[in-house]
Design a protein around this ligand. Structure first.
Ligand code: KG4
Ligand code: ZN
Length: 337
């Protein structure tokens, strides 16, 4: 069975087609992602109205490309899944409306998907045999949490940020240093030319539970630059990134040990970070913990993960009503125990 997924919660218009589901194994037939980064760069952040309009413009061409890449037509699709929460309401509504329209046109079920559950399913796209329970470090622009994935559909947040999300910290530090937007990829690139040991930034809350705090690390960078205006941006980027990665890796390993999980997994946009991927793989190997790190295109926002979560939700809960809507917040309260 083929599931078509749609993702429009923020600034990526994406349509994907997958075959199968998390129980039987999945193959990604297509995963087309149209990024709006260039449209929002001037403002230095996502402008909701611009995002909604760009989703409207891109929905049809992205859909056509996803069908063409997969070599299928609407007649071959068995279900349509769309992100319905959380996200920018105007942006979400474009994907939800498109999903419902296709479900009516093709006479197949429509299923509403929680974006965060999509990020959790990204790991399963490439590792269908993954034995739960696992711990997933979910790090995006809006969320930083350690999720104990006990079973499909059964998730516990065992640690989360008490202030900024990790991606938000990357974006804010990059903005302060005048490096452009979005900050994560820019810092990732620039850090490769810098010395990660040049400056010792604080590792907040390490050895003190599973919660995170990133706002003090951001302030530490700002204070350092005020005192040392001559500091090289590459060294600042590398040293800041190293501090964030140290905390993320240490707490993920700790969460696996505390919960007795089988493996550590990564999800969310920050999981595309080269240093985090490298250090997580090394640390897990040293501890004898299997690590599952999705390909970069499945870490940042994409519709393949939405199709994966949707295919499973359809089996578990049945279709969503065509009168179901979109919810800007509420992802955490409805999804996690
Ligand atoms: O999951 P995502 O694409 O969208 C949300 O659901 O938020 O995550 C976006 C976040 C942004 O803060 C961006 O700066 C960060 O992920 N990001 C990265 C990298 N690529 C994206 N952070 C660090 N290194 C990267 N390579
Ligand atoms: Zn996301």
């Amino acid at each position: 069975m083929l599931t078509l997924g749609i993702e429009t919660s923020c600034d990526e218009t994406s349509v994907a087609i997958i075959e199968g589901d998390a129980d039987s194994g999945m193959t990604v037939l297509s995963n087309v992602i149209s990024s709006q980064v260039a449209l929002h760069a001037e403002a230095g952040g996502v402008v909701p109205e611009i995002a909604s309009r760009a989703h409207l413009t891109m929905m049809e061409p992205v859909l056509a490309q996803a069908l063409a890449d997969a070599g299928v037509t609407g007649k071959d699709i068995g279900a349509v899944a769309a992100t319905s929460e959380p996200g920018l309401i105007g942006a979400l509504l474009v994907g939800v409306s498109a999903g419902k329209a296709l479900s009516v046109a093709w006479n197949v079920p429509y299923v509403a998907v929680n974006h965060m559950e999509g990020h959790l399913f990204a790991t399963l796209l490439e590792n269908p045999g993954l034995e739960l329970p696992v711990v997933v470090l979910l790090v995006s622009g809006g969320h930083t949490m350690l999720v104990a994935m006990d079973q499909l559909g059964s998730y516990r947040v065992v640690g989360s940020t008490i202030d900024d999300a990790a991606g938000e910290a990357f974006d804010k530090v990059a903005r302060y240093l005048g490096l452009g937007y979005p900050g994560g990829p820019v810092i990732d690139r620039l850090a490769k030319e810098g010395d990660a040991k040049a400056i010792r930034f604080p590792r907040a809350l390490v050895g003190n539970g599973l919660d995170f705090s990133f706002s003090g690390m951001k302030t530490a960078v700002i204070n350092y630059v005020r005192k040392h205006p001559e500091a090289e941006n590459a060294d600042l980027a590398a040293s800041f990134q190293e501090a964030v990665v140290d905390v993320l890796v240490a707490k993920t390993i700790e969460a696996v040990k505390v919960t007795g999980a089988n493996a550590a997994c990564l999800g969310g946009g920050v999981a595309a970070n080269s240093r985090l991927r490298e250090r997580m793989a090394q640390a897990c190997k040293a501890e004898g913990i299997p690590a599952f790190i999705p390909g970069r295109e499945f870490c940042t926002d994409n519709a393949a993960m939405i199709a994966a979560a949707g295919a499973w939700r359809l089996k578990a809960d049945g279709p969503s009503g065509l009168d179901s809507g979109a919810t800007p917040s509420g992802g955490r309260s409805t999804l996690f125990a």
